[in-house]
Design a binder for this molecule. Structure first.
Ligand SMILES: C[S@@+](CC[C@H](N)C(=O)[O-])C[C@H]1O[C@@H](n2cnc3c(N)ncnc32)[C@H](O)[C@@H]1O
Length: 220
């Protein structure tokens, strides 16, 4: 079994509870309002073609579609894709590897990924591949945090933790450095204070702690 197989199995096992957590009624209303502002700021109009990598249960893809974008969401967890397709009819959800997405060059205006950079087996290669999918002037916009300040948690096998370059990042600038190292322009790190307030109000997912989340953007 490969590292990626182990990651996929974990997320498929967790998919029903992950989706249910995001679909709690009051939280959902507040999340959609807050995250719509985050993504509208990250990807200003005009409407474009957006690839959401590691789309999981589909919330980001749905919000981007709600903003008018044409959205494709890819994930390697079949369980997560089932949840996404059941909850959100708008985006095109497909099986696909975030590290090596299989699309023609210049297919998208933007690539997004929330809570994905930390769990990629090769984030630097992934960003290089995303850049090839972008049209001139395109945007990469990811959200992540330094989720695990107390070290590896037991939901992943130790061999998986050891294989993930950003899983134990102590500083969000390590994630930003992957975008700038790939050659993206104007890499910007923005703390998401509105999301932090929501996390303090509602709590965070199991195995996580309330942490400041950051939007990191860069342009081709
Ligand atoms: C923490 S979840 C985030 C889900 C979603 N982006 C969100 O914001 O709720 C991480 C997701 O990344 C997916 N993932 C991890 N590695 C992947 C890869 N190489 N290719 C595609 N999806 C991957 C997992 O299956 C899981 O759905």
């Amino acid at each position: 079994m490969t590292t990626q197989d182990r990651i996929n199995d974990y997320w498929t096992g967790r998919a029903p509870s992950y989706a249910a957590y995001q679909l709690q009624p009051q939280r959902l209303v507040d999340d959609i309002a807050a995250w719509s502002k985050v993504w509208a700021g990250a990807l200003p109009l005009p409407v474009g073609d957006v690839l959401d990598v590691g789309t999981g249960s589909g919330q980001v893809a749905s919000i981007l579609a709600g903003l008018g974008h044409r959205v494709t969401g890819i994930d390697l967890s079949l369980g997560m894709l089932d949840q996404a397709r059941a909850a959100y009819p708008g985006p095109d959800f497909r099986l696909g590897d975030a590290v090596a997405p299989d699309f023609p060059p210049a297919s998208f205006d933007a690539v997004t990924g929330r809570y994905v950079m930390w769990t990629l087996r090769d984030p630097a290669l992934a960003v290089q591949n995303w850049m090839r999918l972008l049209r001139p002037g395109g945007t990469i916009a990811v959200v992540d945090s330094t989720w695990f300040p107390h070290g590896p948690q037991d939901f992943y096998d130790p061999s998986v933790w050891a294989a993930l370059p950003l899983a134990q990042a102590a500083d969000i600038n390590q994630t930003a450095a992957v975008l700038s190292g790939a050659g993206l322009r104007d890499v910007t790190v923005t703390p998401l204070t509105t999301i932090h307030e929501l996390d303090e109000k509602y709590g965070v997912a199991p195995n996580h702690e309330v942490q400041m989340q950051y939007l990191i953007t860069g342009h081709l």
